[in-house]
Design a protein around this ligand. Structure first.
Ligand code: SAH
Ligand code: SF4
Ligand code: F3S
Length: 452
């Protein structure tokens, strides 16, 4: 049997795509390996979001080239595929820079992989045209055993692409225009996942809350309505969704946080900056105060909400005072967890053309200050859950024998001492201690969260 090694960089969309590629190749006779050295087919599923992410691919390809040569010397062939967002953004350029690469395939084209691999026997191939047909219609569903092996929490792509064109971001170019999958297709996939033991679905999309898919009755469904339907799927106890844009948090979605126990009290809602001028130049289409008021409304619907965000520091032209406004917004709102980045100019994006780029040391200093504040807030949030009883979805054996690891509703990792519970159970746990990366707790009873 031939072996495939897939490595994914970047966001959850890539994790999901990597699984779909492996599923498809399984039907072509490939088994998955975690050791690149023994792979007949190496796939790098790449990310273009920041320069560092994109450059990582080329250093990895250097390593792959050595491997390919070594295997060749012992009479073994290795095919090398670059997929994902760098593939989409750079296309042919990758063939020029990386001689080891046989196939370059974009995120909307990977259903063509078997045909492309075939073609690559005689020539190096690039497939990055945005296709008319929907790749999802061509992707085989994984076997129940494969789904089971991936655990009780699964990603489900419901929406792809982005029409927002924030001036710093490559996603609208690498992933194309916004497309929502029809409700019936999503429901089929959810039923199949639940049937294989999945208890928690994370609906994913670059702009997931802009979801507007065709319903079974032909009308357009919002994310709020879709969540109501998915909450009825037998076995599914928890629903999450990511990533959302503040402009698309509509009333129906906010109400779902109040009305559906399955919708977890956790929300990743990137704000990027606290300065109105910077937000405007970023083309985010909202102000800092609009974000504050929005959070107030969501917290009114779900007072236990744990909030998370992405931030960019050192956007072109960002002054000290404007950066302080970001610090103020963080202090005002309070975040349970966050991701923060130094602005990275990306080729082809409007912000990269702005003259007033912020010097690297200034970016570094701002990032350190912001991350320090965010870390204090994260620790405070985690310590605040000590003494509380929380539902924990058990996901896998814990670090030590007799322990299990799971997730709280707030997406915190929780370790509990137990030898009588199974993966996939939701149990009630009293949190006894907060470590730097996970919580510790003791079992107090069966979970209150029952599956539909
Ligand atoms: N669709 C999501 C996020 C997509 S990218 C949203 O609208 O928020 C994930 C995060 O990467 C972004 O939220 C942003 O914080 C960061 N990011 C995107 N482009 C960047 C760039 N050029 N430099 C630094 N960070 C960037
Ligand atoms: Fe990028 Fe903005 Fe679209 Fe998010 S909303 S993917 S940051 S362009
Ligand atoms: Fe990266 Fe593409 Fe995701 S650029 S963040 S892998 S959409």
């Amino acid at each position: 049997m031939k072996k495939v090694f897939v490595k994914s960089y970047g966001c959850q969309m890539n994790v999901y795509d990597a699984e779909r590629m492996a599923d498809m190749l399984a039907t072509e006779g490939y088994s998955e390996t975690k050791a690149m050295e023994e792979a007949d087919l190496v796939i790098l599923n790449t990310c273009h979001i920041r320069e560092k992410a994109a450059e990582k691919v080329y250093s990895e390809l250097g390593r792959v080239r050595e491997l390919k040569k070594e295997r060749e010397a012992s009479g073994q062939e290795t095919k090398v595929v670059v997929a994902g967002c760098v593939a989409q953004a750079e296309g042919k350029e990758i063939l020029r820079r990386a001689p080891a690469v046989d196939v370059v395939v974009g995120p909307q084209n990977y259903h063509n992989l078997p045909a492309l691999l075939n073609k690559s026997r005689s020539e190096r191939v690039v497939d990055t045209e945005f296709p008319i047909e929907d790749k999802f219609d061509h992707l085989p569903a994984p076997s129940k055993a494969r789904t089971r092996s991936r655990g009780v929490s699964a990603f489900l792509t419901i929406q792809e692409g982005c029409d927002k064109f924030c001036t710093f971001c490559v996603v609208p170019y690498t992933r194309g225009a916004e497309v929502s999958r029809p409700v019936a297709k999503i429901l089929d996939e959810a039923l199949r996942l639940a049937d294989a033991g999945v208890r928690e679905l994370t609906l994913i999309g670059q702009n997931v809350n802009a979801y507007h898919g065709e319903g079974p009755d032909g009308s357009v469904w919002s994310l709020g309505r879709l969540l109501h339907r998915l909450a009825e799927v037998p076995g599914i106890a928890r629903l999450r969704y990511t990533t959302s844009h503040p402009r698309d948090m509509d009333d129906e979605l906010i109400a779902a946080h109040r009305d559906l126990p399955a919708v977890m009290p956790y929300l990743h809602l990137p704000v990027q900056s606290g300065s109105d001028r910077i937000l405007d130049v970023m083309n985010r289409k909202h102000t800092g105060d609009e974000y504050r008021r929005l959070i107030e409304r969501i917290r009114k619907a779900q007072p236990r909400l744990a909030l998370s965000s992405d931030f960019i520091v050192g956007f072109p032209g960002e002054t000290d005072a404007e950066f302080e406004e970001t610090m103020r917004l963080v202090a005002d709102v309070g975040f349970a967890s966050s991701f923060s980045f130094k602005y990275s100019p990306r080729p082809g994006t409007p912000a990269a053309e702005i003259d007033a780029q912020v010097p690297e040391p200034v970016k570094a200093e701002r990032l350190a200050r912001l991350q320090n504040l965010l870390e204090i807030q994260r620790q405070a949030f985690n310590h605040g859950t000590v003494g509380q009883t929380l539902d924990v979805l058990l996901e896998k054996p814990g670090r030590h024998p007799g322990q299990m690891a799971g997730k709280s509703p707030y997406l915190q990792a929780v370790q509990i001492e137990t030898d009588r519970h199974a993966v996939g159970e939701i149990v009630t746990v009293r949190i006894t201690q907060a470590g730097s990366n996970s919580l510790f707790g003791e079992w107090v009873g069966p979970g209150s969260q029952v599956a539909a």
